[in-house]
Every structure is written in structure tokens, then in C-alpha cells.
Design a protein around this ligand. Structure first.
Ligand code: 6PG
Length: 473
């Protein structure tokens, strides 16, 4: 292939990089790949046969293949590998060239890299990519952030490869700095929350109602047709049907109950605490993944610590219906927390995020795509600065109609001894948010009592300190 004729480069030819690159080639773009692993380079060459695809292990040859201004996407593991690749590429690039980090990088790293590259007059983008292997190949949701002028250069390619919903691509320019990676981090936090809610739902149906995997599959298939319709519900139904070729049993029953994590959910919770945004469902999800890792202690404790447990004694059919409504409420509350966080981040970091657009590009391609995102999008369309989705007139009506069922599900979980921290925290968030006077007055009084931290009064401006153990000040 002639040099300098390729539209875009990809560093990292693992599952995500290779599939995204082939997706670009399908849309008629000339794409060049770089990887240190010769077998991956070879695999791409064979898979890309007949398309304008070239691949190499040589970084100089790779950069030489690209048209100027050059655009290079990185899909390498987050962390040191990103810095190492940038270090190799920068001496070979010219003013105005663009590097796009499409991995799950921590947004603070993206900010630092953007500053470092800006000093060299190179453009840098942090771009969230969601949808896994199939998404990368056939249409992911893309969340790019960085300098706007550089976006225009790659916009046609990104719009071509992104998932389409009602003909519109699930990609948009989100804003400056690290905001693309920030939005992807929150996406993953929501992903953790929703997965936790579904794990609890499974536990309640399976252990609580003694349902088998075929019954579970049917319930999730049914839910996927209605208001709960979403990618996560759809794959959950498929998981319950899958048989294990080794044992002939259901594969789900052969999977160890330890949930691993690469860290994006934890980052979301940590960052939410820094911003002082309550993110109760995501916090619970991260905590329960951590709890799952104590499998040996849990096995011991299960024999020692007795508490509530037993079969569900009520109307199973009604309970399944309640569970559907409980999932709906908890799901909305989880999205609501994520959107509040993005709103606060937008103000804090100057991202100027358009939350309607975020909801729009999450409707296709990504892991948290869901029918519900149409309502979320409509809510931000009607009121772009909506402080909380729970205040949207339509969404609040839907929540109020179903919150009673979330309560009854949480009560059942308590009676059955089934840990349902995601559902419980979603309910606690809803109840705390709608409480005009929280018991935080007591917290303040205690702080002032033991540490003279002062408190504010409801009837007068200013800060006050009292000697709480004296009768009067
Ligand atoms: C996506 C996923 C993707 C990845 C997660 C898994 O949007 O396509 O979120 O980014 O599957 O990083 O994260 P954990 O390993 O932390 O569960």
C-alpha cells in the first residue's frame, strides 16, 4: 500500500482496537494498525483482506502511512501503557496532529496528557467507547471530549462507525478537556449500579422464589419487551438460557460468585465523594463487588451467622410484578444520580455538558442503552438545567406510581435475608431526596458538641456554637 494515504491509525490491535478499526474499514476509510504483537498484526491483515487495511509492528512505518493532519486512536490498557505509546508517537508527529485515547482512562490522567500534548501543539482527545466487542465492530456509543477544532477533523469517521438510533449517530462532541472520559466513567458507574440491581433481582427470584433458570429467562425476556427494555435485561435473559458444554448444566450455575472490576465504578464513587454528590446505588454496587471477593470468609460465615432466611410465603406472581416496578424505580434513581453528578462536574470543571445529548448518545451502542433513555432525553430537552431527573413531571409521576412496590420488595428482601443493597439504597436515595428536614441537625449538634465545629440555625443567618452540656449558653 502507498504511504500517507490512510485516513486514521489505531494503536493496540486487541479485541476492541481490531474491531473498531474493521468497522472503520467497512465504511470505506483507509485504516492502519500498530501492535507490538506480530500475531495480532497478522490477524488484522487477514481479517481486513479486501479492505483498505494495513498493519505493522514498526511505529515509524505506521505513522508514515497516515495522511496529515494525522489522527491516531489508542486502544491500549489504561495507565502506563497509554503514556508509553504517547511517548513513542509524539517525536514522530507534527503540529496539529491528533491523538485519541479511546481506552477507559482515568479522567485526571487525560487532563494531564492533554496539557502535556498541548505544550507540544498536538491535539489530544479522551474518548469513551462503550459496547464491548460487538459494539466496536458494528456500532458503539462514542463519547469524545477535547479541542473542538480537532473534533471536526475526525467527526465524519466517528459518525460513520457509531451506532445509529432513528438514523442519528450515537456520538457527539461533548466538550473540552477530559469530559469524554468523565462521561464514560459515569456511564460505567451507572452500569455498576444497574448490574447490581439485576443481580439482586436474580437473587430474589432464584433464592427467594426458587425459580429455575428457564423461568428466569422467560421473566427477563418478558421484561425486555416493556418499559425495562434494555441491553442489560436482554443479555441477562440470554445468560439464563446458556448451557455449559462441559457439564450440560446451566453455565450461570458454574460461574464463581466473585465479581471482578477494572476500577471505573470505584472511580465514579470516589469522584462523586470528592464532588459531594450522593451516589448511593453505585456505592452499594462497588461495595457488593468487594464483598463478593471474600468468598472463603463468606462460606465460613454462612455456617456461623444465622439470620432471617426462608421461602417466600406470599403471592409469587404478584411479587414478580412488584419486582419489575422496583427495578424500574431503582433504575431511574440510578440514572438520576449519574446525571446529577455530570451536572455538578460540568459546573466544576467547565465542561458545559449538554445532558440531553448525553442521554441521546447512550440510547444505542452502549452497555446502559435502555428504552428509558428516551424519557430521560425528553426531560433534559424540556429543561436543560434540570437539577435532578426525579423532578421531571413525567418521570416523577412514573416513580410515584411504582415506589410502593420497591418498598414491598425491599421488605421481602429483609424478611428473606437476601442482601439487596442496590435496591435499598435506591429507595433510601428517593426517600432522602424527598425529605424536607433530614436528621442532619443532630449530626451538626454532635459535631458542635464534641469539636466546636459550629452549626447554622433555621431562624437566623450565621454560624453558632453552643455549650451543649450546659443548660443554657
Ligand atoms: C462498556 C463497558 C466496558 C467494560 C468495563 C468493565 O461500556 O463497554 O463499560 O468499558 O466492559 O470496563 O468494567 P469492570 O471490569 O470494571 O466491570
Amino acid at each position: 500500500m502507498a504511504a500517507t494515504t490512510f485516513d486514521i491509525g489505531m494503536v493496540g490491535l486487541g479485541v476492541m482496537g481490531r474491531n473498531l478499526l474493521l468497522n472503520m474499514a467497512d465504511h470505506g476509510y483507509g485504516v492502519a494498525g500498530l501492535d507490538t504483537d506480530a500475531s495480532k498484526v497478522q490477524a488484522l491483515k487477514s481479517e481486513g483482506a479486501g479492505k483498505k487495511v494495513e498493519a505493522t509492528v514498526d511505529v515509524k512505518a505506521f505513522v508514515g502511512l497516515l495522511k496529515s493532519p494525522k489522527a491516531i486512536i489508542l486502544l491500549v490498557p489504561a495507565g502506563k501503557a497509554v503514556d508509553a505509546v504517547i511517548g513513542q508517537l509524539t517525536p514522530l508527529l507534527n503540529v496539529g496532529d491528533l491523538i485519541i485515547d479511546a481506552g477507559n482512562s482515568q479522567f485526571k490522567d487525560t487532563d494531564r496528557r492533554a496539557r502535556e500534548l498541548d505544550a507540544k501543539q498536538l491535539h489530544f482527545f479522551g474518548m469513551g467507547v462503550s459496547g464491548g466487542e460487538a459494539g466496536a465492530r458494528h456500532g458503539p456509543s462514542l463519547m469524545p471530549g477535547g479541542p473542538r477544532e480537532a473534533y471536526e477533523h475526525v467527526r465524519p469517521i466517528l459518525e460513520a462507525v457509531a451506532a445509529k438510533v432513528q438514523g442519528k449517530p450515537c456520538v457527539t462532541y461533548l466538550g473540552p478537556g477530559a469530559c469524554g472520559h468523565y462521561v464514560k466513567m459515569v456511564h460505567n458507574g451507572i452500569e455498576y449500579g444497574l448490574m447490581q440491581i439485576l443481580a439482586e433481582t436474580y437473587d430474589l427470584l432464584h433464592r427467594g422464589l426458587d425459580m429455575d433458570n428457564f423461568e428466569l429467562a422467560k421473566i427477563f425476556e418478558h421484561w425486555n419487551q416493556g418499559e425495562l427494555g434494555s441491553f442489560l435485561i436482554e443479555i441477562t435473559a440470554k445468560i439464563f438460557r446458556k448451557l455449559d458444554s462441559k457439564t450440560g448444566k446451566h453455565l450461570i450455575d458454574m460461574v464463581l460468585d466473585v465479581a471482578r472490576q477494572k476500577g471505573t465504578g470505584k472511580w465514579t464513587s470516589q469522584e462523586a465523594m470528592d464532588l459531594q454528590v450522593p451516589l448511593l446505588t453505585v456505592d452499594a454496587a462497588v461495595g457488593l463487588r468487594d464483598m463478593s471477593a471474600y468468598e472463603q470468609e463468606r462460606a465460613t460465615a454462612s455456617k456461623l451467622l444465622h439470620g432471617a432466611h426462608g421461602a417466600f410465603g406470599g403471592d409469587a406472581k404478584a411479587f414478580v410484578q412488584h419486582l419489575a416496578h422496583a427495578c424500574y424505580v431503582a433504575t431511574v434513581v440510578t440514572y438520576a444520580q449519574g446525571f446529577v453528578m455530570m451536572r455538578k462536574a460540568s459546573q466544576t470543571y467547565g465542561y458545559n455538558l449538554n445532558l440531553e445529548e448525553v442521554a441521546r448518545i447512550w440510547r444505542g451502542g452502549c452497555i446502559i442503552r435502555a428504552a428509558l433513555l428516551d424519557d430521560i432525553r425528553a426531560a433534559f430537552q424540556a429543561q436543560p438545567d434540570l437539577p435532578n431527573l426525579l423532578l421531571d413531571p413525567k418521570i416523577s409521576q412514573e416513580i410515584m406510581k411504582r415506589q410502593r412496590e420497591l418498598r414491598s420488595v425491599v421488605r421481602a428482601a429483609i424478611d428473606l435475608g437476601i442482601p439487596a443493597a442496590g435496591l435499598m439504597n435506591a429507595l433510601a436515595y428517593f426517600d432522602a431526596y424527598r425529605t424536607a428536614r433530614l436528621p442532619s441537625n443532630l449530626t451538626q449538634a454532635q459535631r458542635d458538641f464534641f469539636g466546636a465545629h459550629t452549626y447554622e440555625r433555621i431562624d437566623e443567618k450565621g454560624t453558632f456554637h453552643s455549650r451543649w452540656d450546659a443548660d443554657f449558653d
